[in-house]
Design a protein around this ligand. Structure first.
Ligand code: SF4
Length: 402
C-alpha cells in the first residue's frame, strides 16, 4: 500500500481531526483537578526533595506525563465535549495508565472489542467517532475506519508520526527498516505497518545476532524461526539485509537504540567498506525528547544514596519498564507498581518484575531513616505519584509510633 498517499487522503478528509476542537480552556480545568497534584508541585519547588519523619523522598527531575500523552488525553476529553451524544470508540488504551483508561470508560469512550485476538470493527457505525491513541494505529486500521466514513480523532504523538516518516523513507529507497522495539507493542505494530520490509529487534543481543548473520551468514531457518513474529511477510535474511535503516519504538532505552544503530553502521562498513556505507545504511534519530529526559533524570537519581526505588506506571508501559531496568541494573531494590493499591502494607508490596511477572515482596519498607527514589512513566498522572508518596509517609509514621 502507498501509505504516504493514504495518509494524505485521510488528512484531507472532512471526517478526520488531529488538532482538537478548540475546547482546550474548558477541559484544562477538568484535567488539572483530575490528574495534577499540589503535593508534587511543592516537591518540584523544593528541588525535588521532601523530608517527613524518617522518610526522604527524592523525585526524578523529569517524570510523569509527557506532552504527547497530555495532548492525547486532552484531545480525548475535548472529543467527548464536542460530541456529547455520539458513540465514541478508541482503538486501544489511550495511554498505558489504568486510572486514565478507567476515566475514559466513565466518559463512555469504549474500546473496540477484541474477539479471538482480532479487533472487531463491525461495531463501529458511520455516525460514530473513533479516537486513535497517543501511540497511533496501524495503517490497516485507519483504512478500515476511513472506509466506514466514521469520524476519526487522531491523537497520535507527533514523535511517533516522525518514526513512521522515517520507515517510509527507508521503504522509498528499498531499505529494510530495523526497528528497535517490542513486536507486540501497539506503537511498533503501527510503525511496522508503515514500513516496507522490516525486522524488529528487541535488544542489543538480538541486534548482534542479525549483525553476525549479515557478516558471516548463518542458519536461515533458525533466523526465520527466531524472528517469525518480528519481520515483514516473506522476509529473506539473505536478500533483505543488504541495505538497512534504523528506527525505534520511541520509548526504548535511548542508549541501547544508539548502540544498535552504531552496531549496524560498523557492520555495514565492515561488509561493504566506508565508501559504500551510504548505499547500505541509514540512521535517523527517532528517540523522543520526553523519553530521553526521563531516562537521563533516572540515571541521575540512581546515583544518589537510595534505599529503594518506586517506579510508577502502567504494567504494559514500555517506557516505565525501561526506567525500572535502570534501577535494577544498579542493584537498587526497586518496585514497579501501577497504582497505590499495590502497596498492601508496610510488610507487603505487589509489583511487576522486569520479566513481566507480578510478585509480592515482603518486608519491602526498611526500618529507620530511609531515602526513597521515585519516578513515573510518561503516562502516569501526578495524582497517582502523590497517592504513593502519601501512603509511604503514612506507613512509616504508623511504624514509628508503634
Ligand atoms: S513518550 Fe514521547 S513519543 Fe510517546 S507520547 Fe510521549 S512525547 Fe510522544
Amino acid at each position: 500500500m502507498d501509505t504516504k498517499a493514504f495518509k494524505r487522503t485521510l488528512q484531507h478528509s472532512e471526517n478526520y481531526n488531529r488538532k482538537g476542537f478548540g475546547h482546550q480552556a474548558e477541559v484544562a480545568t477538568q484535567l488539572q483537578s483530575e490528574y495534577q497534584s499540589n503535593l508534587i508541585q511543592q516537591i518540584r519547588d523544593r528541588n525535588y526533595t521532601l523530608e517527613q519523619g524518617d522518610v526522604t523522598i527524592r523525585l526524578a527531575q523529569a517524570f510523569g506525563f509527557c506532552w504527547g500523552v497530555e495532548r492525547a488525553v486532552a484531545m480525548a476529553y475535548e472529543t467527548r465535549q464536542h460530541f456529547p451524544t455520539e458513540r465514541i470508540w478508541i482503538t486501544n488504551e489511550i495511554i498505558h495508565n489504568p486510572s486514565v483508561n478507567q476515566r475514559m470508560q466513565e466518559m463512555e469512550v469504549d474500546f473496540i472489542p477484541v474477539t479471538a485476538g482480532q479487533k472487531d470493527f463491525s461495531v463501529v457505525a458511520n455516525e460514530d467517532v473513533v479516537i486513535l491513541p497517543a501511540f497511533g494505529a496501524s495503517v490497516q486500521e485507519m483504512q478500515i475506519l476511513h472506509d466506514k466514513g466514521c469520524k476519526i480523532v487522531d491523537t497520535t504523538c507527533p514523535w511517533v508520526s516522525k518514526v513512521w516518516n522515517t520507515v517510509e523513507k527507508h521503504k522509498k529507497v528499498d531499505y529494510t527498516s530495523i526497528i528497535h522495539g517490542k513486536y507486540k507493542h501497539e506503537e511498533t505494530v503501527a510503525t511496522s505497518s508503515f514500513a516496507g520490509k522490516y525486522l524488529i529487534v528487541l535488544n542489543f543481543r538480538e541486534a548482534e545476532y542479525v549483525a553476525n548473520y549479515i557478516l558471516n551468514g548463518g542458519d536461515r531457518e533458525e533466523f526465520l524461526k527466531k524472528f517469525a513474529k518480528a519481520c515483514s511477510a516473506g522476509f529473506d535474511p539473505d536478500q533483505d539485509l543488504e541495505r538497512v535503516g534504523i528506527a525505534n519504538q520511541t520509548t526504548m532505552l535511548k542508549g541501547e537504540t544508539e548502540q544498535i544503530g552504531k552496531l549496524f553502521e560498523r557492520t555495514m562498513m565492515q561488509k561493504y567498506g566506508p565508501t559504500e556505507l551510504n548505499q547500505h545504511f541509514q540512521s535517523f534519530n527517532t528517540i523522543c525528547d520526553a523519553t530521553q529526559e526521563r531516562q537521563d533524570a533516572m540515571l541521575e537519581l540512581v546515583q544518589q544514596n537510595l534505599d529503594l526505588m518506586i517506579v510508577i506506571g502502567g504494567f504494559n508501559s514500555s517506557n516505565t519498564t525501561q526506567l525500572q531496568q535502570i534501577a535494577f541494573e544498579r542493584g537498587i531494590p526497586s518496585y514497579h507498581i501501577d497504582c497505590v493499591e499495590r502497596i498492601k502494607s508496610e510488610k507487603s508490596i505487589e509489583h511487576r518484575q522486569l520479566n513481566g511477572d507480578l510478585v509480592i515482596t515482603d518486608n519491602w519498607l526498611p526500618d529507620g531513616k530511609i531515602v526513597v527514589g521515585i519516578t513515573s512513566g510518561a503516562s502516569t498522572p501526578d495524582k497517582v505519584v502523590e497517592d504513593v508518596i502519601e501512603k509511604i509517609f503514612t506507613l512509616k509514621t504508623a511504624i514509628s509510633v508503634l
